[in-house]
Ligand binder design. Sequence first.
Ligand code: MN
Length: 379
Amino acid sequence: MVFDCDPGEGANILACARVALMLRDVLGDLGLKSFAKVSGSKGLQVYVPLNSAITYDETQPLAKALAELLAQREPKLIVSAMAKRLRTKKVFIDWSQNAQHKTTVGVYSLRAKTYKPHVSVPVQWEELEAALETRDVEALFFTPEQTIERLDKFGDLFKPALALKQTLPAEIRRHLTQARAPKAKHPDSLKTYEAKRDFRKTSEPKPAPQRSRQGSRRRFVIQKHAASHLHYDFRLEMHDVLKSWSVPKGPPLKLDERRLAMPTEDHPIDYLDFEGIIPKGQYGGGTVMVWDIGTYELLEGNYYKGFLRVYLNGTKLKGEWTLQRFVDGKDERDKWRLIKTQRNTRAISKKRDDESALTKRTMGEIATAADAQWQSNRR
Ligand code: MN
């Protein structure tokens, strides 16, 4: 577990040292040993080696809760919220680093921030206390030469980070596990899905009690759907269902490009690999292709707040996208936008656009294939 102490405008590394020491103490209360290193730039990081069976599903909420606790205790010094404008003269404890695809500078890395590089160096807690006492900012910046001297003198202070086995207190783990346990076996939110379909006539999956996958990598699917209008259905595994949006023009591929995404009813998790034909006259009648399928990671946000920044790892799509709910003055219905964020992604050729991520079939092939045969191949 890691905490990145990042000073805002008007705060310096000494403020970070104060925050790091507070983190050390609160972690110590939980029976956890922690280790600090300077970033070599402006801030400081606190590492809590675990080296035990645990996922970000537990470490991120705990890191967030501790950051919020300290922000409450010292509101003039600490913020736990992402917004940059809140950080002036304060230290931001970035708990969100406890996630896949997040990076932090490694120990002993050179930082080319000034004409003379500094190094990201492990420091002893006593050194932070001494620097605070003497108000000596310089004491927490190390040149490459000083770093080598320190290594000779102290050895690798960060060795325990890779070796020390620690576990979170049992009652905290229990709490974190309960907090994310599903409430209902058969999610109520699938009632709309069920009501719209006649399962004697369509081969789409019937809602069945199913829990969504735990851990940080959940599944997603984009289905190309030739219904009355061709569109793409974007679905994210979340809260034991597939949260769904209909994206008429398909996912955007170029940075900042945005596409309308209309929310549709939650679908059962079994819908992830549904490919085939919905009979004419049935709801959504037409051909469905699994256009892309894979895992995603929630980088930031929350469905109910109408903001989700996700990293998709599919067969066609790889990278970051953002889903954002917005209000349209003329229309009372919820609308969302699917936005390509972070960077461009590779263009998709006409041929790949018409190729199933699951079976390599084209829309035409799916439409003419015997649906029953495909059904028998399903798990
Ligand atoms: Mn559809």
